[in-house]
Structures are given as C-alpha cells and as structure tokens.
Design a protein around this ligand. Sequence first.
Ligand SMILES: C[S@@+](CC[C@H](N)C(=O)[O-])C[C@H]1O[C@@H](n2cnc3c(N)ncnc32)[C@H](O)[C@@H]1O
Length: 242
Amino acid sequence: MPLLADLRVLYHLVFKRVRACDHAARMEQFYAGQSDSYDDFRKRLLPGRQELFSSIPICDGGVWVDLGGGTGANLECLGDSIRRLSRIYVVDLSPSLLEVARRRFERLGWSNVELVEADAITFRPPSPADVVTFSYSLTMIPDWFAAINNARDILRQEGILGAVDFYVSRKHPAQSHTKHSWLTRSLWPLWFACDDVFLSADHVPYLHDSFRSVLYRESRGRLPYVPFARPPYYLFVGRKRG
Ligand SMILES: C[S@@+](CC[C@H](N)C(=O)[O-])C[C@H]1O[C@@H](n2cnc3c(N)ncnc32)[C@H](O)[C@@H]1O
C-alpha cells in the first residue's frame, strides 16, 4: 500500500534516531528499514535526477561511476543505451540499498553494472572514468571535499562530472548565482541535518572551481506532505580540465 510505505519512510525520516558512530554503519542503519520504499518516496523528494542523468552524453565503451548511487534507480533514465557503456560502477555504503539495485539490474538484464560496497572518497575503478555522478550523495558524505577530489582524480581528462543536490547559497554568492534569504540559508540546513543530510553553501563554488562548468541550474523542489516547502537544489555538469 503506497500510504503505508510512505508512513514507513516518514517514520525513518522523522522519528528513527541513528546512533552508530561509524559513518557506514549510520548509513545502513538509516536506510535498512526503508530500502524497499526508497525509490517511490525519493521520486517525489529528490528533483533534477532525471534531468541530470539524461543530460550526460554516453560514449561507446565508456566507464560511468555513480558515487553514493544507492538503489541505482537513476541509471534507468539512460534506458537501453546503458548497454553501450563497458562498465558502470554503483558505489554505496548501504548494503540494503545495493540489494535493491542488484534486483533491479538482474531484472533489466544489465550485466555491465557492478555494485560496489565502498566509500566514495576512496573508491577507484580499474581504469579512468568517463563520467562520475553524485546524486544527492554529496550532502551525506562528511568529507565531501575528499569525494569531489576523488571524483576528479578518477576521471580521464575532459571526463564529465555530474552532481545534483540540495544546497543553500553563500550570503554573498557569485554574481551569476542565486542569492538565498537569511531564512532559507538558516532553515534548510537545520531541517535536513536531522537526517544526516548536510546542506552546504560551498558545494557549488567548489564544483565550479574544480571543473569547467558546462551546465548549471538552480531551482526549488518540493517536500511530500509539506505544502509550500520549497528546498533549493542545484544541478551541475562540468568537465575535468585538461
Ligand atoms: C540520498 S541517498 C541518494 C541515493 C541515490 N544517488 C539517489 O539519487 O537516489 C544518499 C546515498 O549516499 C550514500 N552515501 C553516503 N555517504 C557515502 C560514502 N561516504 N560513500 C558512498 N556512499 C555514501 C548513502 O548510503 C545513500 O545511498
């Protein structure tokens, strides 16, 4: 029942306290009880994912690394053209979400997808990647600087970095970027921090510093069951500089 599934997810988001000290254990504790309902609820909570994945060109024989890829649902946006890639790595710390991903790719018959239980800040594919993506994972990775640096290291030159996530602006952002009010900058980091999601004003500047931007968009999402709430998110696609 969709409503029961939503209630289970809401219980985990609002009431369940995650107490493990180790980051990987915290992720698994948070997701284990909601992994089966994850995709349906996050479709309504996490905007811009389809746009991000469909805006990245696929190159024949390429390698795609999805860091913090969870259930791998985003890869379905690529459709059957995913078969043109030689390898796709879905890297995540939560075995429960990876199990959902395993069932998905088995059902789709996509044998070139490899699921890896590993940390996004240390994972290295055997050969340089053509694409690295972060979809709502940077805000959950405590050392997100290290995760972006690792992504840059594993990309080939001119390789593509794609990221989509919630964020808040700096008080004085770059001129071409959106400036958020004091209320927005204060409310949303507090709201999301309850679920170990840490919105930052520095993701966007650091991504622009680290990669040559080819697509950048800022917008507002929605929260299921919370009318009028519009958390800000960004979508970034950049290329590793030669
Ligand atoms: C909000 S979920 C997003 C999942 C998926 N990318 C999506 O768009 O639905 C954040 C994911 O990041 C993963 N994660 C958090 N920290 C991580 C880390 N250090 N290394 C790998 N994955 C991590 C979590 O386990 C979780 O699956």
